[in-house]
Design a binder for this molecule. Structure first.
Ligand code: FAD
Ligand code: ZN
Length: 476
């Protein structure tokens, strides 16, 4: 059967675009292993279509053979959702050859692009045309827009522009049956029934394959300023966020919080980055102000905001970047936290969200709980405070064996953190999605009626469970 399928796949995309282990020289590890090295799969084949018609032909061939498909973009996902299992029977459908910008419509403020476009290349394409495409995350140099939409990615500009979902107006999708849904509309208003676009966004490849999207563009800001402030408490950070909303309005495009231990790891592993103000303060905050008038105007706004914050005791010290390269340096420190954590050793990652107002109480309670339950545990707390989204990560005790810690404690740590999230009306995944890593946890935390509706949708759209099986929902 697999020989027939391979033949059909080669007919669909050309023999050069079907990679298999039949060729002893072929190295498929880049498609088979996930970014965090949590899983090592084995694919029947990696297939690399170059057009929507080819994607549809691949899906039809797999449907006929009853073979499971794992859609893959840049393979930067953090929840083991984009790699095959180790059965040697699944087909990885890599979208990276579909990387054309099909159209830019300046007056409509949209661009239509193929799913395999690397995010950074889209930011550049938009900028070259005089516009801003605001989706921005640390993996932007290799993640694809198809993967961003499939995971409804967030990142650092959500406080102003929203998630990937809010930036998408239309989609082109190959269904599990191999039909093409042509939904590439650039309309901002369309009330003609169920929102299929929103169904496929965030579905993590379990309902169909996104092949292209129409995305929103924004005017480029006249100036962008970045500030770094030391705050005495998380309560002060939340109050500073409120003040920043008041003072900057729509200019507030970034508001990140970083705990002292997280910044200490950056200082330890990347001393050349020169982390400011971290040693004497439990938290630091990174703020970004994007101004449509001028740098002078932005600087004046920032000065008034920080002055008020000092007066109210919300900020103990602050620096405002003097140049673009200084601003980039400050963002680089923020983005280096996960890398510093990896240098420090294996760790447990979370991407939870809580209503902003309840974050200080959540952290106080959960920090104390974890320290009581697992003596010596180290908390690497940072994230997108403006969106109520924390990377509430847990590092093994300094003197312990990190691998043993992960094997023995991961489920317990997850349960402690997720139970606390539920008590605070939060979500166990604000950004990275469910994938395989959280699939067993989801039924405990998702409303049972919602879960039933999700299963019904999966059954209706993919009745044979061939689209990324076992991700988001357990395989029945
Ligand atoms: P992949 O990893 O290839 O796939 C992710 C999921 O989408 C899989 O389930 C896959 O099957 C599915 N998929 C991929 N392409 C398609 C398609 N065309 N059609 C249907 N399904 C598809 N995420 C955030 O939200 N915010 C962050 O700030 C953030 N920072 C990150 C920083 C780093 C250093 C890294 C490594 C990751 C980060 N992520 C972040 C994770 C994030 O989910 C991914 O980086 C990105 O959105 C996934 O894109 P990708 O092309 O790599 O998708
Ligand atoms: Zn994040």
């Amino acid at each position: 059967m697999s020989a027939e399928l391979l033949q059909a796949l080669r007919a669909a995309v050309g023999p050069a675009q079907v990679l298999t282990h039949e060729d002893p020289a072929a190295d498929l590890s880049a498609w088979e292993n996930d970014w965090r090295k949590r899983a090592q799969g084995r694919a029947l084949a990696v297939v690399r279509p170059g057009s929507t018609a080819e994607v549809a032909a691949v899906v039809r061939a797999c449907a006929e053979a009853g073979a499971a498909i794992v859609p893959q973009g840049g393979n930067t996902g953090l929840v083991v959702g984009s790699v095959p299992d180790d059965s040697g029977t699944q087909v990885v459908l890599s979208l990276t050859r579909m990387n054309a910008v099909r159209a830019i419509d300046g007056a409509n403020l949209t661009m239509t692009v193929e799913a395999g476009c690397v995010l950074q290349s889209l930011q550049d394409a938009a900028e070259n045309a005089g516009f801003l495409f605001p989706l921005s995350l640390a993996a932007e140099g290799s993640c694809t827009i198809g993967g961003n939409l499939a995971t409804n990615a967030g990142g650092t500009q959500v406080v102003r522009y929203g998630n990937a979902r809010e930036l998408c107006l239309g989609l082109e999708v190959v269904t599990a049956q191999g039909e093409v849904w042509q939904g590439l509309t650039g309309l901002r208003k369309d009330n003609t029934g169920y929102d299929l676009r929103d169904l496929f966004i965030g579905s993590e490849g379990t309902l169909g394959v996104i092949t292209a999207a129409t995305l929103k563009l924004y005017p480029l800001p006249a100036a962008q300023l970045t500030a770094w402030a030391a705050v005495p408490t998380l309560d002060a950070a939340v109050a500073l966020l409120g003040l920043a909303h008041q003072h900057l309005g729509a200019g507030l495009t970034g508001f990140e919080v970083m705990g002292q231990f997280a910044l200490g790891l950056v200082d330890k592993h990347f001393p050349a980055l020169r982390v400011p103000l971290w040693a004497d303060s439990p938290y630091c905050v990174l703020l970004e102000n994007s101004d449509s008038e001028s740098e002078e105007h932005a600087r004046g706004q920032f000065e008034r905001l920080l002055e008020t914050a000092f007066e109210q005791g919300l900020v103990s010290d602050a620096v405002v970047a003097e140049s673009l390269s200084q601003a980039r340096g400050l963002w680089h420190i923020r983005e280096s936290i996960p890398l510093a954590q990896a240098e420090e050793g294996l760790n447990i990652k979370h991407d939870i969200s809580i209503p902003v107002s309840r974050i200080p109480a959540f952290c106080a309670e959960t920090d104390a709980l974890l320290q009581r339950e697992i003596p010596g545990v180290r908390l690497v707390n940072f994230g997108h405070l403006g969106d109520g989204n924390l990377h509430y990560n847990v590092q093994a005790p300094a003197d312990g064996d990190a691998k043993k810690f992960l094997n023995e404690q991961e489920t317990r740590v997850n349960t402690l953190v997720f139970d606390a999230v539920a008590r605070y009306d939060g979500s166990i995944s604000a950004e990275h999605g469910v994938g395989s890593l959280k699939v067993a946890h989801l039924p405990h935390y998702k409303d049972p009626v919602a879960l039933g509706l999700m299963r019904a949708i999966k059954q209706a759209l993919d009745p044979h469970h061939l689209m990324n099986p076992g991700r988001v929902l357990t395989h029945p």
